[in-house]
Write a protein that binds this ligand. Structure first.
Ligand SMILES: [Zn+2]
Length: 283
């Protein structure tokens, strides 16, 4: 890159009276394009190489969640939750992707080398497939939250199943270019945590784990980022561990997340990244 830039500089100096000649201009343009491409490549490589990184929160461990043995978790909705030790937290974000706020959240997570799980709304995934792909490329878990965020308890069984399946399809199409109702990551969260026994049975029979949460930031309520930060820190202290629910569609959450992650780092909390079991190929 250095030689290309100095080459461009030399070209300018050597050919001062002739800089307006089309051939010179096009060579300059090509050189600057090369320089920019090389710069971007070096930034991407540096980014990829720098996690784990000293002085960041980091991702402490990866926890495989097998829907066969763990069909539903989250004490706000169910009797059981994930097997977390004291000070271990799982970060989850719902309702995105939403470019302005999700991008800030991805940047904050990348800065601290933290992996999270995104329960996305299919219609948002369909509208912003590039963000879905970026989440996956950054190492986050892509989970599911229906097509259009209806309250599945209120629309009847058949329509609810349709919302679930069309959500999977939209998310998978955005992620892998293939619409399928068998999700790559079989993790699902009900909008508003509103489930029914029949839908829970169906998801269990299809090998899909249902996630509630252990506590949340209440970020659907308008508040300042500072208020949200204080609220969630108090809840982390009170719970000591657990699955936390945020919304990556909320500006106040995006704004307070860098400070929250710093707080977790400074107070010895550990981030656990949840992933599905590896896919087994059978003949
Ligand atoms: Zn939601």
């Amino acid at each position: 890159m250095q030689s290309e830039i100095s080459g461009a500089r030399n070209l300018l100096q050597e050919s001062e009276p002739a800089v307006l000649r089309p051939a010179v201009l096009s060579r300059l343009a090509a050189l600057s394009r090369l320089a920019v491409a090389a710069l971007i490549a070096s930034i991407v490589a540096a980014h990829a190489d720098t996690c784990p990184r000293p002085d960041t929160l980091g991702t402490a461990r990866v926890l495989t969640v097998d829907p066969k043995t763990t069909p539903r978790v989250g004490t706000q909705s169910f009797p059981d939750t994930l097997p977390l030790a004291d000070h271990e937290l799982v970060l989850t974000f719902d309702d995105g992707p939403n470019p302005p706020t999700t991008s800030k959240i991805l940047a904050a997570l990348a800065k601290e080398c933290v992996h999270a799980t995104f329960f996305m709304v299919g219609r948002n995934a369909a509208a912003h497939p590039q963000l879905v792909k970026r989440m996956a490329a950054d190492g986050h878990t892509i989970a599911h939250h229906t097509l259009a965020h209806a309250n599945l308890k209120q629309i009847g069984y058949a329509k609810a199943v349709e919302q679930i399946d069309r959500g999977f399809s939209a998310d998978e199409l955005a992620l892998n270019g293939k619409a399928t109702t068998v999700p790559t990551t079989p993790f699902f969260r009900f909008p508003y945590f509103e489930s029914t026994p029949a839908l829970l049975d169906l998801l269990q029979s299809r090998g899909i784990a249902v996630f509630g949460a252990d506590f949340w930031a209440s970020d659907w309520n308008p508040m300042t980022p500072q208020q949200e930060l204080s609220l969630i820190i108090n809840r982390v202290k009170a719970a000591g561990k657990g699955i936390i629910l945020f919304h990556d569609t909320k500006e106040q959450t995006a704004a307070m997340l860098p400070d929250f992650l710093r707080y977790l780092r400074d107070n010895n909390y550990k981030i656990v990244h949840i992933v599905p079991p590896p896919v087994k190929f059978t003949n």
